[in-house]
Design a protein around this ligand. Structure first.
Ligand code: DC
Length: 221
């Protein structure tokens, strides 16, 4: 069973996908975390997002894998669990910039497909329904207005004690959306057979219920 959830940053993908996976006994695969681990490697090596050759060489040197600890996905970069290091704004921006690179995508898509070949999965990202799991039984395109998504990110960062500015966050989100939606390889688009869910005015329980309904109707069909 494959449930693919795509959408822009801050739409609520990971919160929803995690809940859904837990309730169905499937594994949750957060593909953004893999792009983030790759981005962390590039930042640590001082490789810029424009350095195509450097990034392609880094793809050979960065070993990225996934481990499940108490049901939680952990990303391992060259033997180091980097889960707690990949949620910064710097890593977000680098993940978006470096994910335009074909070699980066090839490497991570193959890891994602391998995970889905031996497990029932709820997988979220930008190209899951269109590229990674084109045959997924259920495809959801989760979105929300830019303002709502920026507010969610703002609250998240504030809760972590990170100083932040609402307007700057909204601009970063717009920039990231634009890059993710207009890149040449596997841009973020709604798959033809994906169901659109706009979470702007929904709380988490309502979104989960709505998606469970969609899953039920797809499975029945
Ligand atoms: O979902 P996220 O915010 O953790 O993703 C970080 C970046 O990684 C996102 O801006 C674009 C890239 N990404 C991607 O290109 N394809 C995916 N399937 C997941 C993430």
């Amino acid at each position: 069973m494959q449930i693919a959830i795509d959408g822009p940053a801050g739409a609520g993908k990971s919160t929803i996908a995690k809940r859904l996976a837990k309730e169905s006994g499937y594994i949750y695969v957060d593909t953004g975390a893999m792009y983030r681990a790759m981005a962390l490697y590039l930042i640590r090596c001082g490789i810029s997002a424009e350095d195509k050759e450097g990034i392609e060489k880094a793809c050979e040197d960065a070993d990225i894998s996934i481990q499940y600890i108490d049901g939680e996905q952990n990303v391992v970069l060259n033997g180091e669990n980097v889960n707690s290091l990949i949620r910064t704004r710097e890593v977000s921006a680098m993940a978006s910039s470096s994910s335009v690179n074909g070699k980066v995508r090839e490497k991570l898509v193959s890891l994602q497909q391998k995970l889905a070949s031996s497990n029932d999965v709820v997988m979220d990202g930008r190209d899951i329904g269109t590229k990674v799991l084109p045959e997924a039984e259920v495809k959801i395109y989760l979105t929300a207005s830019t303002k709502v998504r920026a507010k969610r990110r703002f609250d998240e960062l504030r809760a972590k004690g990170e100083a932040c500015d609402m307007e700057a966050i909204e601009n970063e989100i717009k920039e990231r959306d634009h890059r993710d939606m207009t890149r040449e390889i596997s841009p973020l688009v709604q798959a033809k057979d994906a169901v659109l869910v706009d979470t702007s005015d929904m709380d988490i329980d309502t979104v989960v219920d709505r998606i469970k309904e969609i899953v039920k109707s797809k499975v029945k069909a």
